[in-house]
Design a binder for this molecule. Structure first.
Ligand code: SF4
Length: 154
């Protein structure tokens, strides 16, 4: 986990409601919390070196690996790579989840260079094709998967 919770407020999703309720009813913390790239790299380095760096696939189960502004995600990804370099971590593979509206080609290239092999995104259904029930509304979605074979350049 590189963080927990999410900054988004997608109508169909329980994540933000869960943390909002936890805060309201039990004094829980912020809706989203992130580990620093250095803290994350330290744990990844431990695992990478423990396995000799062979076939290391880091499967992130963060609710949302990406930040609202692509430039902030870009800075976070670069800081993570830099911290991994400091720990002597070589090639890795990475799996994560993110929102499609905060992904740019530059960010995808940077993620690919970090080792992204699979990114789960939720694509929104066009308004005209969305279910009409009041709960689903026009923002309902169908899951989408972007992936490329491990080790293959973009
Ligand atoms: S971006 Fe993902 S995790 Fe965040 S609220 Fe939307 S569906 Fe939920």
């Amino acid at each position: 986990m590189g963080g927990r919770g999410c900054w988004g407020s997608c109508r169909f999703c329980s994540i933000t409601t869960y943390y909002r309720d936890a805060r309201a009813r039990a004094g829980g913390g912020r809706t989203m919390r992130l580990r620093s790239p250095e803290n994350l790299a330290a744990e990844m380095a431990l695992l990478w070196h423990a396995t000799g760096g062979m076939g290391a696939i880091f499967c992130f189960h963060d609710d949302n690996f990406l930040l609202p502004r692509p430039e902030d995600s870009l800075a976070r990804v670069r800081a993570l790579r830099s911290a991994l370099d400091d720990y002597g971590v070589g090639k890795i593979a990475l799996v994560g989840k993110g929102r499609p509206d905060c992904i740019t080609p530059e960010l995808l290239r940077e993620l690919a260079s970090l080792g992204l092999v699979r990114l789960y995104v939720a694509s929104r259904t066009p308004r005209s094709a969305a279910p009409t029930t009041s709960d689903a509304g026009p923002r309902s979605h169908a899951p989408t998967l972007l992936s490329r074979p491990a080790g293959r350049p973009t």
